[in-house]
Design a protein around this ligand. Structure first.
Ligand SMILES: *Cc1c(COP(=O)(O)O)cnc(C)c1O
Length: 402
């Protein structure tokens, strides 16, 4: 198995497992395909950097022409360090303090506000700073409730039912609402539902003639298996562009259309490589115990995510059924009852779709090191993060003498 002509097994030999590898060409293709799917006068794609936030990945997005969607002041600082202009960063936090907003304001990035109390505070404190408002249309697109943020009980956004209240605040402080934002969750499969939500959002845009952009967030679904369900981005882009263009034309508005995909941009560009430490036969199951766990890739345990797993050391071996489990003393099953080619001790397994929410959700649980990351760009492998060491584990810890 190769990426841009580089053998994955060679990289594992060089950098050792566990190891994250990213295909820069795949990221570039994803970005270009996304941009080309839309046909509007002004499009801005802000990469949601919480999906994969290595500074070299951010620099790649900067080079591609993307902006950045940041959800914390630290992500903003990372983005600025990667060379993004403050105006190409939109800050969309949730439940943060006034101090964190103040830091973001002083750095000059775009501000998104997601509750009325904070909007009021903003109006009173920064009457001249334009703000975007995050609206919750309470429409649920797709399956996983844990990652769907549009339902009625959701903590995100200003409820569309509170629009009159929102308007009162804006007019009493004479605020400059420069954008309207919505991010309803993680699954856009049905363009029709999304476009319905979009129409609700455009009704909000109608209320504020200062609006310059409309940001429709993300929720683009990627396939986790061969033939798995995914957003048809070309179809979506076509239908969405025509809805958006018709709206702009009808209202005589010249709006910028924004999206902020994370998963769509990087999920299928990532591979996580682990080594089989133990192949253990029990009366019921054959386990493959690997040198990793939920500390490195938590999505299967956290929200039942599916990651395809392959044995790249023995690609033509006989197929058998295995449960692939980690070394952490806690729920730690990567995949149960999976068919893999025969796994022997020390074989290298790879997890696909390991670009989004994998390394960025990793931890030091069980005091283990986080793995290194390699980016393959223009046919060359670049180490973009080293493996942690015992010093990293002890860093910031303070020993007291008893
Ligand atoms: C996480 C997040 C995204 C990205 O979502 P994906 O499903 O990874 O595309 C976009 N916008 C906001 C506000 C987010 O919090």
């Amino acid at each position: 198995m190769e990426i841009q002509g580089i053998k994955i097994l060679d990289l594992v030999q060089q950098y050792k497992a566990p190891l994250y590898i990213y295909d820069g060409q795949q990221i570039t293709n994803n970005y270009n395909r996304f941009v080309q799917a839309f046909d509007v006068p002004q499009l801005k794609v802000n990469y949601a950097c919480k999906a994969l936030s290595n500074i070299s990945i951010l620099k790649l997005f900067k080079q591609l022409g993307a902006g950045l969607d940041c959800v914390s002041i630290q992500e903003i600082k990372l983005g600025l360090a990667a060379g993004f202009d403050p105006e190409d960063i939109l800050f969309t936090p949730n439940n943060i303090s006034e101090e964190e907003y103040a830091d973001a304001v002083s750095l000059g990035v775009g501000i998104n506000v997601d509750n009325l109390e904070m909007l009021e505070y903003f109006g009173a404190t920064y009457p001249d700073i334009p703000v975007c408002v995050r609206i919750n249309p309470h429409m649920m697109a797709g399956g996983n409730r844990k990652i769907s943020v549009g339902h009625i009980g959701s903590k995100f956004g200003i409820s569309i039912h509170q629009l009159p209240h929102l308007e009162r605040i804006v007019s009493s402080f004479n605020m400059n609402i420069n954008g309207v934002h919505v991010h309803t969750g993680s699954d856009i499969l049905d363009s029709e539902i999304f476009i319905k939500a979009a129409k609700l959002i455009l009704e909000v845009v109608d209320r504020f003639d200062t609006v310059k952009f409309v940001d429709f967030g993300s929720g683009f679904k990627v396939a986790y298996k061969e033939g798995g369900l995914a957003t048809d981005i070309e179809e979506f882009g076509k239908e969405f562009s025509s809805t958006f263009n018709a709206y702009c034309k009808d209202r005589g508005k010249d709006l910028i259309l924004k999206f902020e995909p994370g998963k769509y941009m990087v999920s299928n560009a990532g591979y996580f490589c682990v080594k089989a430490n133990v192949v253990k036969q029990t009366p019921a199951t054959t386990f493959v115990g690997v040198d990793s766990g939920q500390n490195h890739l938590i999505r299967p345990m956290f929200y039942d995510a599916y990651h395809e797993i392959k044995n790249i050391s023995n690609p033509s071996g006989k197929k058998k059924i295995y449960s692939i489990v980690g070394y952490i003393c806690e729920t730690d099953t990567f995949g149960a009852d999976r068919q893999l080619t025969q796994v022997r001790k020390d074989d290298i397994l790879i997890f696909k779709n390991a670009g989004a929410y994998c390394f960025s959700m990793s931890s030091n649980y069980n005091s283990r090191y986080r793995p290194p990351e390699v980016l393959i760009h223009e046919g060359k492998a670049h180490l973009i993060r080293t493996r942690e060491t015992q010093e990293d584990i002890l860093k910031n810890q303070i020993e007291i003498e008893f």
